[in-house]
Design a protein around this ligand. Sequence first.
Ligand SMILES: Cc1cc2nc3c(=O)[nH]c(=O)nc-3n(C[C@H](O)[C@H](O)[C@H](O)COP(=O)(O)O)c2cc1C
Ligand code: SF4
Length: 405
Amino acid sequence: MIPRDGKRTPLTFESITPGAGLTAALKLSRADLIAELAASKLRGRGGAGFPTATKWNLAAAARVQEGQHKYVVCNADEGEPGTFKDRVLLLDHADLVFEGMTIAARAIGARKGILYLRAEYIYMRRLLEAELIQRREAGLLGSAIGGLEGFDFDIAIRMGAGAYVCGEETALIESLEGNRGEPRNRPPFPVDTGFLRQPTVVNNVETLAAVAAIFAKGAAWFRAIGSEQSTGFKLFSVSGDCERPGVYEFPFAITIADLLSQVGGTNAKAVQVGGASGTCLPASEFGRRLAFEDAATGGSIIVFGPGRDMLLVAKNFMEFFVEESCGQCTPCRMGNVKLLEGIEMLERGECSSAYLSELFGLCETMQLASKCGLGQSSPNAFLSIMHGFRNEIMGRSPVPMRGER
Ligand SMILES: Cc1cc2nc3c(=O)[nH]c(=O)nc-3n(C[C@H](O)[C@H](O)[C@H](O)COP(=O)(O)O)c2cc1C
Ligand code: SF4
């Protein structure tokens, strides 16, 4: 863990010998390589938790157009509010991230890789380019990697331009193609029709570093950590009202209460699990486990102390979504504005319980009808704060809530 007070203990990634994973992976056939990854039960660290081996299998089976290639894209957009763990991996373990990309390329038969780097991380670019040069010189990128005839692969770095939605994989691909960063309809999925309409695997930075660790230490080692449905260790970006904010590593399925005791946040009244698009849990839910099968998160944990006004917390998140909606589809473009207006009405004490119920209905419409994950998940914080902190929020409203006051 790397808390801000400087008292750090090593991450598991520090115990992984760079190169060991790639060496082990290249000894396997492509089918066996994906089977070993499947045995680890690794799920994507970017938020959705999609099984990585399933994604790679689909891309491996997909057909490329004549004269074209498959692609591996590392999603280093890291735009979710409260998330900063990929930054640590890129700064300290870029070798493992590039190694994971190379293993992915071998698995699916890709010839080109792209690291899509968040605009604000431009300061890392030179360091990352230097790492790529070293890898080319060491024969870890280029032609016949590891002496394997026909395994040709190289990686380029492309910069984002500061839009949160460009972390969504299809918007990211549009951005890579030089278009506006707007999500595409899915299906078709990128594994089939991705960058330049060719099969493309998009994986999170941490997912790819975990791939290198899995091949270095074995699928069984990884599977033994965490829970049945959420295997392995996970990086968490912890911020907010706690004594020791920072990047922490815990096995999946740690309880929120345990995490809070480690970070010095035991007096918290709420924890936002999964960033702005995640869920806000009150203290009564701190026994829940951080895992895909319970309180799911890509790693962002924001702690709210007893003094926080939860309506203002909800307002802050909704302002973010109003700003970041790409505007392509109506449920998201209008829905986020309406939710923010509802919060402002609550602030002024002008929101009736009937109107609040209408807003809950609107949240459902947004979750069902928005085109991409941004609009589908932006109501989560609003809903969870309105339900979990109803008494606090309604306590400030002079307008009686139906059946409650
Ligand atoms: C609005 C939005 C923003 C996203 N931002 C990121 C991001 O910054 N980094 C990331 O890895 N995934 C992000 N995702 C998820 C990606 O679309 C995709 O699921 C992920 O990169 C797949 O990698 P994984 O399978 O390794 O998790 C975002 C999704 C949405 C809807
Ligand atoms: S849900 Fe929002 S961000 Fe996604 S396509 Fe629709 S308007 Fe754009």
